[in-house]
Design a protein around this ligand. Structure first.
Ligand code: ATP
Length: 199
């Protein structure tokens, strides 16, 4: 599995559609200060479902949308598409090439798609979590983040290990199931109350 290409359109400083084609192995991005190198890494995290504006070096999520320059008007949406070579079947999906896309409009939330079919954020997260690229994005280590990893509490460190081991996905499912159970319990109590009243 490796990242085959990344396309940014309206994402941060990348107003026009820009596609980067990558080869297996190590890729280096070089350029002057402020030229957009970190924006490429932000796009990678964002398309994989990153939800924290701070992690994307912004104040709010809409900050990822091209805000305009002296010569170019702001745009209304940001789009990123990530194509992964899956010939080794590392991603649990019957395709040798997988494209994950995320679109965000100024007025609202995000839309996700896998190979052109609309899906939920959860589908993207679950697709990636088995490959070790999880929701918490520990595969992306930004400037200054190493420090945070070294200073992590035992619980946080456990989170890193759980994600790498693929346990996190099941923990999230368990949490979701427990929340459902709680609401079922509440419904049951209400039904019992009503039955009591009718009697
Ligand atoms: P350095 O080498 O200093 O770390 P870099 O190459 O990593 O720099 P980035 O931080 O990726 O650079 O890019 C910063 C540039 O992106 C700034 O010029 C900033 O104005 C621009 N930028 C960030 N968000 C937006 C946005 N929403 N719209 C337009 N431009 C943006």
């Amino acid at each position: 599995m490796y990242v085959k290409s990344l396309t940014l359109k309206g994402f941060k400083s990348f107003a026009s559609a820009t596609t980067m084609r990558l080869e297996p192995g190590i890729t280096c991005i070089v350029g002057p200060n402020g030229s957009g190198k970190s924006n490429v890494v932000d796009a990678l995290a964002w398309v994989m479902g990153e939800q924290g504006a701070k992690s994307l070096r912004g104040g709010k999520m809409e900050d990822v949308i091209f805000a305009g320059t002296a010569g170019r008007a702001p745009l209304g949406r940001a789009e990123v598409a990530l194509t992964i070579d899956n010939t080794d079947g590392a991603l649990p999906i019957d395709y040798t090439e997988v494209t994950i896309a995320r679109t965000m409009f100024r007025n609202g939330g995000s839309e996700y798609a896998i190979n052109g079919t609309s899906c939920r954020l959860l589908d993207v997260q679950e697709l990636l979590s088995d490959s070790g690229i999880g929701r918490e994005m520990h595969v992306i280590v930004g400037q200054g983040q190493l420090d945070a990893v070294l200073r992590a509490t035992p619980e946080e460190r456990r989170g890193f290990i759980e994600e790498a081991a693929g346990v996190l996905k099941h923990r999230k499912r368990k949490e979701k199931a427990l929340r459902k159970l709680e609401s079922m319990d509440a419904n049951l109590t209400r039904v019992n109350d009503l039955t009591g009243e009718i009697r």
